[in-house]
Design a protein around this ligand. Sequence first.
Ligand SMILES: O=C(O)CCC(=O)C(=O)O
Ligand SMILES: [Fe+2]
Length: 603
Amino acid sequence: MAAQVLEANERGGFDLSAAPTTPCAICATPRTSDELLAPSCQHPRHGACKKCMAMALARPQGRGAIDRDDGSMGCVAAGCDGRIALRDLLSCVDDPKVQKQVLQRVKEIRAAKPQVVDATSAGGLDRRKQYLATCAFLLKPDISGRDRDTINAYLQRNGVPTDVIEAARATLDRKEDPRASTCFLEAAAPVVNVEVGGQAHAPAFADLDDEEELASALDAEAEELLVEASDLTTVMARADLSKKKATKRTAKLRVGRAADGVAESLQERGWACLDGFCGTDLVQRVLREIGGLEPFYDPSEIWVGSSSTVGAQVVVPSVRGDKVLWMCGAHPQAQGDANSRAIREKGGVEPCDTDVKRKFALAKGGGVSKIDRSQVARFPSVRDLFKAMDAFVLKELCPRVERLNDCASRSDGMLAIYPGGGARFQAHVDNTTDDGRRLTVLCYFNEKWHEDHGGALRLHGATGPVDVLPKAGRLACFYSDLMKHEVRPTHRPRASVTLWYYSASERKEAVARAKESEATGDALKASDDERAAARMFAEKLCDPNLASDDVGELRKEAEELPEASRAILAGMAGVPDFSLALNRLESDDLAKLRGRFAKMGVE
Ligand SMILES: O=C(O)CCC(=O)C(=O)O
Ligand SMILES: [Fe+2]
């Protein structure tokens, strides 16, 4: 076909009527790329034009593809960043009535927008405390005379956010009493989701009236909050290392206060979030290790099946779009083979997968085939992180929360990266098969993250959805068996580390069940190849790009599958006979069957 040539018109521009067109997937009208929703995306839904999308949205129940916090239209498929501004959308609707309906829907969606958690919760340093401690620090006689930029940089290095520093500076420049500077406190208040230390930690200002006294009262605050350390992992490490009783006491107090806040929030809401769990230093160190390991991450899999034994792990990026790497070691209870134990006894962690361990060693060592465990496979920063999470969760948190009282061990650690471009994890509950997991604990490693980047952890609690942004150093936790949650489409790469803590009794039963079904042959007997064939078929079925008229093809393929693979697929789809289910399948039912595969334990 001859290439299209755009002729310049007499005004020196281009003749737009010659622009290439594509028929809209809904109304079939030829549309230019400007008129289509997101022409660069391969997702079938994107073949629609803006006008059709606007009409879809104008319907009372119409959800269209509205997916963005600003009410703009966006693709809901993983791997797509397509979006369209509201203004743009409205400009292609002529009917004022329809325009009004669209606006009404957007208004409703905006009103239902989840609250975003932006400052801590429990302990560590919440913004109010950071603000007071910063004021105190700046008032110190040997600090107040020093160069502003140097001091600001010092505070930033210690984890104090720039806006907090600015607020403290402004208060002191105006020679105001920080206690009276309600503007900042009010600004910070709505985003503090757990009331921590509100009363317990407020300095006794009431009887202070001169600046000197105020400074020294705030000074004590600063000693404890800022100068000591600005993050919980450092505080815990100091408590372990220090010989000073006072340091140990102060540290214990701070960690205890943080655990109180997290425990209270968990009991009240089923989730909690704690800022400043990791300081900048640990965040940087973990990021370096994660960076080195990134080439060895694998696309993550979801479990699809009617129980914990009938089903299979499959990769379905539209449901779950991250890649993961499992790390074992540093467990509170030693387990595993002799080699791994040797590493664990030294306190190291390593990739669980032997192949990954070898590949990593080769990449690092330039052809060394034997892994030098002491240098390559220990990952001290990830280990420090696991240990800090274990210490906080098992020693401090679990004893404070009845539902967690019998937690004593945990899963291997999962490092996850959502690559951006709209990758997400659809709503699900982590433990729907009584596998023992009771508490999911995540730590995030994403510097300078803000709302526009997406990627929030959305928690569907009893009081409506709450979005937790995956900010560096932040810890989030929730009940693995109760809390529905999701990862919203992320537009930037997003890194996290997750540990699941087990209820000892539930885990024991789950392990016993698995052993029994293995012994009695209850579990499906299938070779690795037969399992792989079932997985590949399921992945194809879940692919959103698969057109419904491909069902005939699929049927043929299913018939050629080995018996055992078909039995696995039947288990995954929750039907007695997979070939039969597929034979009766009309194109319209494809979506239904796909839905069963991708439902992840949530209706
Ligand atoms: O990364 C997150 O915020 C949550 C991920 C998640 O839900 C999971 O891995 O099960
Ligand atoms: Fe999850």
